[in-house]
Every structure is written in C-alpha cells, then in structure tokens.
Write a protein that binds this ligand. Structure first.
Ligand code: AHR
Length: 515
C-alpha cells in the first residue's frame, strides 16, 4: 500500500500499489463536520477578451435578448447552475481600474487602454451599476476586486461607501442616487488587490502586507460593523512564503480571508491545445489539478500556525485549466475550448474543495464566459454550455450542505510508469436530509467498481446523473451544442447497506440517496 497523500481530517485517500478493480468508500455522518460553503462554486468575470463584452454584456441596443444590456440566455443558464458569487473586474485588470470612470452617463465616461489584455480600448460602458444590477438579476453575490496597484486607499474607501452606504449618509451615496440608484447594493466581499506579487504591483510580501493593512484600515469603521469580508491577495500556487509573511504580519482584526491562485498548465511556454491533446498532456493536466490537495494542505498548515481558531478563510479565487487560445483568435483574449478533460479537472478540484470545507470557504473558477476554463461560450447570438458547466450544475447539490467525511482506497491511474489516484470523491447531506456523493474516475481507459458503505445513512433509494462521453477530447460546439451533456444514471444498486456501481473511464457521477 502506498500512502500518497497525508491522510486528512475529512477525507482519507490511500492509493493501492496494484490497481484494484474494486474500491470501498466508507461514509460516516459526523455532527461536527463543516458546512460546504456554496461560495466554493463561485465564478470570475474580468474585463478580458470577450468575457464581459459579448459574453455577459451586449448593450441595450443589441438584437440579442437582454435586460439593460445583459444577455438573458446567460442569466438563465447561470441561474440554473445556481451561481453563488461573481468576482469582478479582475484579475490583472483590477489594478488598473478606476471605478469612478465607470459611473454616470455612458457618453461621459472616459475610455482607457486595457494594457494587460491586448491593449484594446475599454470604454467603461460596463461599470459598477451594470455589474451590481447584473448580480441582482443573477441572484448572485458580488465580489469586488479593488485597485491597490495603481489606486489609492481613498478610492477604495469611496467605492465601499458608494456601493453599500445608505442614501443621504455621505457624498458618495448621494452621487449613487444621482446616478439612478438610491438603495445601496449588498456587497460583502472585497478583494484588496490581485496578484500583488505580479501584475498587481510586483510587490514583496512584507511590503504588500503593510499596504494591505493601510487599505484594510480605511475600508471600515472601528470594528467592521458592516461585516465586510476583506480578502488579501494571495500566493501563486506553492509560494508558501507569501502566505507565511501575510499571516504573520496582518493583524487578525484586519483580515477575513486570504486568497490563493493555482492554474493547471502543462508548461507556460507550451501550453498545448485545449481540444487536440495527447494522453500524456491529459495526465499532466490532471497531475497539476490534483496538486490542489497538497497546496491547500500546506497553505492551511501555515494558516493554522497563526490562526488556530480558523478565523481567516482560504479563498482559491482563481483556478482552472489554461491552454493555448483557439486557432485564429486573439492571443491576448484567452479564448479556449473546453472538453471532457476540463470536466475531470473541475470535478476533482471541487471534490478537494468540498473535503477542505473547514477552511476553504470560497473559490472562483477562471473565468465564467469565453475566457480560460469557461462554463459558457458565446458566438454572437449563439451560446453553448461546456462540460465544466455541467459539472458545476451537477455539484450544486453540495451548496451549503454538511460534509460527510469519507475514507477510501483509490486504485491507480497509471500512465507511462507514473501514477495518480484514479478515483476522487466527496459527499454531503443537504438541509432536507438527502445525501449526495460526487464520484470521479479520471482513468482514461479503465472503469472502476465502487462500493460505498452507507449503512450509517439509512438510505432507501438512490438516483443519479452521469457526465460521460466517447473521447476525452469531446466538447460542445455551436453546431453541436449538446454532444456532451448529462444523462440519468440508474445503475447504482443499493442493497444491505451497500451501494455498488461502476464508473466508466473519465466520467463523473453524482448520486442522490434519500430516506
Ligand atoms: O485569469 C487570467 C489572469 O490570470 C488574471 O487576470 C490574473 O489574476 C491571473 O494571472
């Protein structure tokens, strides 16, 4: 038996040296298990390529059905997926963005150059009002990412007042009312800079910690009576020193969450095609994706040292697969297709987040529409839902449900003498008592037989849904938008407290057990 990962508190996963045809999952309900925050299923929308313009926003004059310029087909799809939050306006763009340029009559709004993403003209027609009204339409919580790199703490404090303070309380809410909105919006989540170690200012961690302290100080009154969640710009992947310095130097009364960014990339110099890839490239992407387990364990260990009471949350506010752009598209627009490989990446990553629900309280896949690992792709009036969309929709049963700890042995996915755990799993119990298991088999060729000991759960019936396809490279196109879609799965057998099923290669199954 090879113990690949350190056994965890909530999921114990050991890998067997020889590939077992059968694995066991032991499910036990524990009353003190954490709630899986729905915000783990969050999204991200940057002024980058066709994410905002063409993706979310087409303008009031468009022939595409819209409300105040926001595409209604997008609203419908994201509501159906139950999008819990949306991070905006960046990303790198956030540290060049001056929110006051994006309010008031559109004809008077100044333009700017989007220096990070193709030097295209940004006319600021989609600004604070458009974004926050859109969040209300989507029934999702906004997460505003503030400019620290080229902005001021005054600008940041004014944005908070402009968006959240009651009418008449100070000049900022008065300006908001003049611009057509008298009631404040509800904005709880505030990012203080983005990638401060890179495009957010190339700062060193101790310097950023001080800058953060200043911005956080002017964000609230004495005791954060408005209950803002202030999010420190976090580490890139395994930069543990960044987390260490921030956790050590930022007083706990000034911080509610620290971020982490991790992209699954084969090689930054040769990222490979999003849809024409080899098994070797698939294996590497899965290796990078599963690294999330180790990253969370190690960043959390540092956080535990400085914050043993777990007051500061970990937000993985950028994650996903990053490949070459689709041939013929603008290299700076990061438009990529999305295949069954991305479904495997999303499903395993979300299981990791679920199993770390005690500390990971938010995550945001990059990005929602037409950029990187998108859930939606658009082409003029056409829209398609990607395999990643289907995973988010299948997994929404875990939103705000209580985690059910699992312990299991996974068989190996072996490729070229390298190994990965083939099976990933997480489980939860929702508010009405239904139990859900999300099970993934990443092996490219072999099915996995699964046995789940559910005796402790007293289940009477089980239904399910599966996402599977013929080839790992399968994806949806505007010509064939439903090639990859979920199907009913009724092959799970419940008998004598055991649940048995086979998961086909590179497939995801979500089971619902009811009493
Ligand atoms: O998501 C694309 C970019 O990746 C973001 O702008 C930046 O934060 C990250 O490097």
């Amino acid at each position: 038996m090879r113990s690949y990962f350190i056994p965890l508190l909530f999921v114990t996963c050991l890998f067997a040296d020889t590939a077992f045809a059968q694995i066991k999952v032991k499910a036990k309900a524990t009353p003190d298990a954490p709630t899986i925050s729905r915000h783990i299923y969050g999204h991200f929308a940057e002024h980058l390529g066709r994410c905002i313009y063409d993706g979310f926003y087409v303008g009031e004059d468009s022939n595409i059905p819209n409300k105040e310029g926001v595409r209604l087909d997008v609203v419908e799809a994201l509501k159906e997926m139950k999008i819990p939050n949306l991070r905006w306006p960046g990303g790198c763009f956030a540290d060049t963005y001056h929110w006051e340029d994006g309010i008031g009559p559109k004809k008077d709004r100044p333009s700017m150059l989007n220096i990070w993403w193709g030097n295209v003209k940004e006319d600021n027609s989609f600004g604070t009002h458009e974004f926050l009204n859109m969040c209300e339409l989507l029934e999702t919580e906004p997460y505003l990412s503030a400019n620290v790199g080229s902005g001021t703490s005054q600008e940041f404090a004014d944005w908070i007042k402009y968006t959240t303070h009651p009418a008449g309380s100070s000049p900022m809410p008065e300006l908001r009312a003049k611009n057509g909105r008298s009631e404040p919006w509800k904005v709880k989540f505030w990012g203080i800079g983005n990638e401060a170690w890179g495009c957010g200012g190339n700062m060193r961690p101790a310097y950023y910690a001080d800058v953060y302290r200043r911005f956080a100080t002017f964000s609230t009154n004495w005791n954060n009576a408005d209950g803002l969640v202030r999010i420190a710009s976090g580490a890139s992947s395994s930069d543990y020193n960044w987390t260490e310095v921030l956790m050590k130097n930022i007083p706990k009364n000034l911080i509610e969450a620290i971020a982490l960014h991790h992209y699954s990339v084969i090689d930054w110099g040769a990222k490979g095609s999003a849809k024409d890839f080899t098994e070797a490239q698939y294996f590497t992407i899965m290796q990078r994706a599963l690294m999330m387990e180790e990253l969370i364990q190690k960043h959390v260990a540092i956080m535990d040292k400085y914050d043993p009471d777990k007051k500061v949350d970990l937000y993985v506010d950028e994650w996903g697969g990053w490949y070459e752009v689709e041939p013929g598209t603008n290299g700076a627009f990061l438009y990529q297709q999305n295949t069954m490989r991305d479904a495997m990446l999303a499903a395993t990553t979300l299981n990791i987040f679920n199993n770390h629900a005690d500390r990971v309280k938010m995550a945001n896949i990059a990005q929602a529409i037409n950029v990187l690992q998108a859930v939606i792709l658009t082409n003029e009036e056409k829209l398609l839902l990607t395999p990643t969309y289907h995973i988010f929709k299948m997994y929404n049963v875990h939103h705000d449900a209580q985690l059910i700890p699992l312990a299991f042995e996974s068989p190996l996915y072996i490729y070229n003498n390298k190994v990965l755990p083939a099976v990933s799993a997480s489980a939860s119990r929702d508010k009405v008592g239904n139990v859900h298991f999300s099970l993934v088999n990443i092996d490219s060729k072999k099915s996995q037989a699964i046995e789940i000991d559910v005796a402790a759960l007293n289940l009477e019936s089980v239904t399910g849904e599966i996402l599977t396809s013929d080839k790992l490279q399968d994806h949806n196109t505007f010509e064939n938008p439903n090639k990859v879609q979920t199907k009913k799965f009724d092959a799970a057998v419940l008998a004598n407290g055991m649940l048995r099923l086979d998961i086909p290669p590179f497939s995801v199954i979500v089971l619902e057990g009811t009493k």
